[in-house]
Design a protein around this ligand. Sequence first.
Ligand code: SAM
Ligand code: SF4
Ligand code: F3S
Length: 479
Amino acid sequence: MSETAKKDKLVSSAELDEQKQFAIKVNSVVSAMYDEKPKACVITYGCQQNVADSEKLKGMLELMGYDFTDDRFEAKLIIFNTCAVREHAEDRVFGNVGSLKSYKRKNPDAVLALCGCMMQQQHIADKIKKSYPFVDLVFGTHVVHRFPQLLYKTLTGKKRVFEIPDTDGVIAEGIPVKRDADSKAWLPIMYGCNNFCSYCIVPYVRGRERSREKAEIIKEFKELVCQGYKEITLLGQNVNSYGKDLAPSVSFASLLRELNDLDGDFRIRFMTSHPKDCTKELIETMASCDKVAQHLHLPFQSGSDRVLKAMNRKYTRSQYMELINYARELMGDELSVTSDVIVGFPGETYEDFKQTLSLVEEVKATSLFTFIFSPRKGTPAAEMDDPVSREEKSKWFKELTDLQERISAEQMALHKGKTYKCFVYGKGKLADNYVAARNDGNLIIEFEGDESLIGTFQNIKVIEPLTFVMRGEIVKEKN
Ligand code: SAM
Ligand code: SF4
Ligand code: F3S
């Protein structure tokens, strides 16, 4: 990438300073406007990228003088950070926004804002403009860093504000972040996607792939470790293509190794990897880096080569299995594999679907994220012939989830008696005096323990594998 292209992507420090000035201005506007410190309610849909964006929105809101609440009916600012990946996600947003109409009528000084992937689609923004006149502010994914300015305009102007520039996307460094958890952190290392899988809306709403400079990532990572974060997840829609656009290019594996070699007691996770960019070097790095979790989330989507081609996934079933087999060869039972699967892609036959079932048998994933195909306006798959009925697809879906339930149970049973170094992340659900922990492979193990253990690593022996969690006990030494 040329220096000019690099500069074009990076939001300038002058622009970011300008936003800080707007944050100060919003702060004085809201302190004059409300009797007490106003509360903001940030509601997030979708993937971890959106969670990370919401943490930035909250960081900026804190600067602008807002407190936070989970109760939207006591908020002076309600913001929905939306997802467009499936129709169901969009329907939920419309339903929830609609239910705020009377709240807005009774509280005209409250601001209702919508942002995120769904809003980056022009037809959605148009629908909000026309049919939801009580929504005050709508902005897209490429202007999150300009939130202070947009909110200032909304609070002080008479018109509703819509800001949805259609660009390839930018990188804004140094935005304040208010993290939801104090021991687990999300760290976006790249944004956007270049893959254009034929069913997927993400490349249209998140722009092109752009990697953060390695030095910026390492700086933020070190800060997180210093602040006591123990589980740090590197994020990207296609995280293992990190660094291809940098000059000189950097491989994701080399970034992982560098982070692994930093001082401190922490665990590194990453998601989501794309099979076409999953190199042997990456698998070897996972196997040899002690702080990198032995968990590979590698979506295969379908077991039929014909469907994979129509999906524009750029790998075959056997190439996928080669990666899984190599990873298992190097990491053995310690490795946990998870995946995403789509059922009912346009033109998929029952024969194709049976190949997905047989791949599920072969992969033996710990768990699967399963979805019925949802047509997304503007994507090639939405225009394809789709003769199989919804009822039929639901039957296939049930067949798939039944199969995976059996495989998950078999996989869980293999852990009985084994001891794992686990990160204790919160209170347990099995009993009041239980806490919950995750092992390297992202498996949940609950055990009797004091809440003071939350935020620490402990060695836990699995006593009883249940359906989705395992019951364990704390041990002094890992065997
Ligand atoms: N970038 C990741 C990848 O390629 O594996 C996944 C990103 S997407 C947000 C998460 C999952 O949603 C995908 O892996 C896919 O299984 C599912 N998905 C995306 N578009 C979909 C659609 N139109 N209908 C149903 N599922 C979809
Ligand atoms: Fe969507 Fe494919 Fe990109 Fe994943 S890799 S975000 S499924 S286009
Ligand atoms: Fe949804 Fe956008 Fe993530 S479409 S899944 S929130 S990138």
